[in-house]
Ligand binder design. Sequence first.
Ligand SMILES: [Zn+2]
Length: 117
Amino acid sequence: MHEMALAEGVRSIVDNAARAHRIRGLEAVVLEIGQLSCVDPEALRFALGLALRGSAAERARIEIESIPGEGWCLACDRNVPLASRADACPSCGSHRIQPLRGTEMRVRELLLQKNRQ
Ligand SMILES: [Zn+2]
């Protein structure tokens, strides 16, 4: 399961940050998931529930922000919005589109717990 590997990646980011900044508890973990990343947010939430056990983010809220997809159409020679990798260009119908934005998942922010630090 692809989401489990991503969740393990989030866990190591959390562990590294916790070690570096002596963080005991996180309030929230803010993630960005691109529309073209093929990540299922619900599957990722489930995987994070397992992967973050015993970490500083064990009780953290998981916030997921969706990043709209964008690609470059080789036929039109311009950027076009893209909701999925399988989509055709909205103006010319070509499938020769190079994804530019929205292909990745990343940790945008780790929010600290306010009272307990
Ligand atoms: Zn096009």
